[in-house]
Design a protein. Structure first.
Length: 336
């Protein structure tokens, strides 16, 4: 009888040791992103990885789109090959379409004050919707303004309609809206932009200057229109199932570290965007400024797309709320 209880005790002790060993293993998080290696985004994620490592989480970063396009990365998160991603609104919309309201209404925002106001007002709604889809938002970022880069100058919407313009593969709604308006979208993966410019498959693309510089797009598309099309908004998300594997006592400090990384990215990326334009100008980029009449022409022509964007590209409720928030911001600003 004593031997029986002794054996049970030994088995229980072994089981406890195995359980303790299992909990001592770090939670592994593979994070994919299009952010270029060495960029402020990549550097901030690396710093975050060091902080998380001391809290028992091994964060491995895959930059440069090595895991595919953003839609691919979302699919990899859903099957478990990736557990997290730093994505733009293009990839985030694969999870929650409402996020398109922050990026996919061209020429809506005049400055970053408006962008930040709308983002702040929508944040809790967006984060709740992501949670319902099985993802936790770690932090929000932006990467400066998206601009047109082209082989030949683009000064008017008519000029753009003569171009073969990159659009993201799988973004059928954007392609449909552009075609209906007389533009010529060419759906490609992000990694195909430079080869597409080289071969003539496309001769214009939208891109934030940081990514244009890193990808050397300006060497093939040496003309940039100095018009803020839209902010490149993004967020770092992690699968809720992975997040919940982390001890609850550690999550608060991990989230705080992630939010600090997001603040660092926001603070640096806007400055880096301006510096990228300066760097590209030194190697031949031609920046085309617009006068007031030309800007008004762009605004008028672009707003003609809004009825199709509403409900098709951006959910109607989010579209209406974003436009109202922008109006509220401008009204409040005018009173000051």
């Amino acid at each position: 009888m004593k031997n029986f209880f002794l054996e049970k005790l030994i088995i229980a002790a072994l089981a406890l040791n195995l359980a303790l060993a299992a909990t001592a293993q770090p939670v592994r998080v593979n994070l994919g992103t299009l952010a270029p290696r060495g960029s402020v985004y990549h550097q901030s994620l690396q710093s975050l990885a060091e902080t998380w490592r001391t809290n028992g989480v091994k964060l491995t970063i895959y930059p440069d789109g090595t895991q595919g396009g953003e839609a691919d990365m979302v699919r990899l998160m859903r099957v478990g090959s990736l557990q997290a991603g730093l994505l733009t609104a293009v990839g985030l919309s694969e999870i929650e379409p409402g996020v398109t309201g922050l990026q996919s209404v061209p020429l809506l925002f005049r400055d970053f004050g408006e962008v930040e106001y709308v983002n702040e007002k929508l944040r809790s709604t967006m984060e709740q919707r992501f949670a319902e889809k099985g993802f936790v938002v770690l932090f929000w970022v932006d990467a400066g303004w998206v601009r047109y880069f082209s082989k030949e100058p683009i000064l008017t919407p008519a000029d753009l309609k003569r171009m073969k313009l990159f659009c993201w593969a799988g973004d059928n709604d954007t392609a449909h809206i552009m075609k209906n308006a007389g533009y010529n979208p060419v759906p490609l993966e992000t990694s195909d932009i430079l080869p597409g410019l080289q071969t003539g498959l496309i001769n214009a693309t939208m891109a934030p200057p940081i990514f244009a510089l890193a990808g050397q797009l300006d060497l093939r598309a040496p003309h940039m229109l100095n018009l803020n099309i839209a902010p490149l908004v993004g967020a770092c998300v992690i699968k809720k199932s992975t997040w919940e594997k982390i001890p609850e006592t550690a999550r608060e400090s991990l989230l705080a570290a992630a939010r600090l990384a997001g603040e660092a990215i926001r603070a640096s990326s806007r400055k880096e965007s301006d510096e990228a334009v300066t760097a590209m100008k030194k190697r031949g980029l031609i920046v085309h400024d617009l006068d007031a009449a030309q800007r008004e022409n762009w605004q008028t022509e672009t707003e003609k797309l809004y009825p199709e964007i509403r409900g098709r590209l951006v959910p109607a409720d989010i579209f209406d709320e974003v436009l109202q928030l922008v109006k509220d911001y401008r009204a409040n600003a005018a009173k000051k």
